[in-house]
Design a protein around this ligand. Structure first.
Ligand code: HEM
Ligand SMILES: *[C@@H]1O[C@H](CO)[C@@H](O)[C@H](O)[C@H]1NC(C)=O
Ligand SMILES: *[C@@H]1O[C@H](CO)[C@@H](O)[C@H](O)[C@H]1NC(C)=O
Ligand SMILES: *[C@@H]1O[C@H](CO)[C@@H](O)[C@H](O)[C@H]1NC(C)=O
Ligand SMILES: *[C@@H]1O[C@H](CO)[C@@H](O)[C@H](O)[C@H]1NC(C)=O
Ligand SMILES: *[C@@H]1O[C@H](CO)[C@@H](O)[C@H](O)[C@H]1NC(C)=O
Ligand SMILES: *[C@@H]1O[C@H](CO)[C@@H](O)[C@H](O)[C@H]1NC(C)=O
Ligand SMILES: CC(=O)N[C@H]1CO[C@H](CO)[C@@H](O)[C@@H]1O
Length: 300
């Protein structure tokens, strides 16, 4: 291309309205410079009294992003909200998001989205639990709808590995990403009632699931974010059937082995996957809104 043509092209591009506003690291550098610090401090205070907040925020983030997109819709508390439907039992942490929002509204009103608060708070809680630090992009806008029926599209804990990889693949996740994300179960699921049938009445047999280690008892939820999950599933101590299958399915077993052997590798890939998770179907630019309260749409 001739240099003149190149500049003509540039000037045409610059007058075309920007319809592809993107997430960026440090979106609030100018509009709310203290935003990330405020989030980090409040998450840190919460973590001191309740270290299970890491598990809560990770799960909340996943459910928000995989139902419609990372638009903060799971935070809405109208009776038709995603929050009250489907596999929602342990989605929690709403009070912390509301508390952070209140502080941010006092400092920089109407500038920091609830969807970004969720992404930042999750990252900070992962760091506090010993997980990877990562620069999470911001600039998400809050959604103008909530779709309760979308919740039922989430695949369940008895899904096959193939269904799991396909479901995550639809959201741009590679096998490396998808398996790393399930590593989040290292800080969760241990206290859940959903696997009780695997212990006592697997598949209606009245017996435990034969693929489960017989010494496994419901333990308290681990609080450290590391690759322990992968060692657990390799030792047949997976709580959810899907988790357990990752260790043996030929599509995932070698990745599981690598993560089990290398905590740093797992943490690096988890960080990459969390940035991808946080970008699923986001609203940016002029789309959506910046909510004043995370639990309700703005009243106009
Ligand atoms: C399709 C894939 C997934 C399935 C089937 C699944 C399933 C489940 C189930 C059944 C529970 C227990 C819920 C309860 O205690 O009531 C759970 C908890 C949890 N999940 Fe997942 N999950 C999936 C993916 C993810 C992802 C991608 C993340 C995060 C990156 C995640 C993070 C968590 C966490 C942290 C908990 C514990 C929550 C708490 O203790 O409050 N899960 N998951
Ligand atoms: C915000 O500041 C950080 C740190 O200096 C920088 O890496 C990032 O690119 C900045 N982002 C924007 C959108 O200005
Ligand atoms: C939604 O949450 C807010 C803040 O906690 C609370 O004041 C309000 O009563 C809740 N609304 C509903 C319908 O539960
Ligand atoms: C979960 O959803 C059910 C309906 O499917 C609802 O009755 C229940 O209140 C919800 N639980 C939470 C914690 O939101
Ligand atoms: C985040 O970005 C900043 C500025 O670009 C950089 O100095 C820092 O090392 C990055 N942090 C991580 C954990 O990647
Ligand atoms: C809500 O979710 C269902 C199930 O995925 C989907 O068929 C429907 O198109 C969604 N509705 C809206 C308004 O996004
Ligand atoms: C569960 O039981 C059904 C019918 O008895 C059987 O066909 C199926 O293979 C069993 N599933 C597993 C995972 O064992
Ligand atoms: C500094 C900055 O960007 N402030 C913005 C905060 O939000 C209000 C309302 O949307 C804008 O008018 C300000 O420009």
């Amino acid at each position: 291309m001739k240099i003149e043509n190149f500049f003509t092209l540039l000037s045409i591009l610059s007058i075309v309205p920007v319809t592809f506003a993107q997430l960026r690291v440090g979106f609030y550098n100018n509009s709310c410079p203290s935003a990330e610090t405020i989030v980090r401090n409040l998450v840190s205070d919460e973590f001191k009294s309740d270290p299970t907040i890491t598990a809560a925020l990770l799960r909340m983030n996943f459910h928000d992003c995989f139902v419609g997109g990372c638009d903060g819709s799971i935070l809405l508390n109208s009776t038709d909200s995603e929050r009250f439907f489907g596999p929602n039992l342990s989605v929690r942490g709403f009070e912390l998001i509301d508390e952070i929002k209140t502080e941010l509204e006092a400092q920089c009103p109407s500038n920091v989205s609830c969807a970004d608060i969720m992404a930042l708070a999750t990252r900070d809680s992962v760091v506090l639990a010993g997980g990877p630090n990562y620069n999470i992009t911001t600039g998400r806008r809050d959604g103008l709808k909530t779709n309760a029926s979308g919740v039922f599209d989430l695949i369940g804990p008895t899904a096959s590995v193939a269904a799991f990889l396909s479901f995550f693949g639809d959201k741009t996740m590679t096998t490396l990403d998808a398996v790393a994300l399930l590593g989040a179960h290292t800080v969760g699921v241990g206290s859940c009632g959903l696997f009780r049938d695997r212990l006592t009445n697997f598949n209606g047999t009245g017996l435990p699931d034969p693929s489960m280690d017989s010494d496994l008892v419901a333990k308290s939820t681990p609080l450290t974010f590391d690759n322990a999950f992968f060692g657990q599933i390799r030792a047949r101590r997976g709580v959810l059937q899907l988790d357990q299958r990752l260790a043996t399915d030929e599509a995932t077993s070698s990745v599981v082995a690598q993560y089990a052997a290398d905590n740093d590798l797992f943490k690096r890939q988890f960080a990459i996957a969390m940035v991808k998770l946080g970008a699923v179907n986001v609203l940016t630019g002029e789309d959506g809104e910046i909510r004043t309260n995370c639990w309700e749409f703005n009243k106009n």
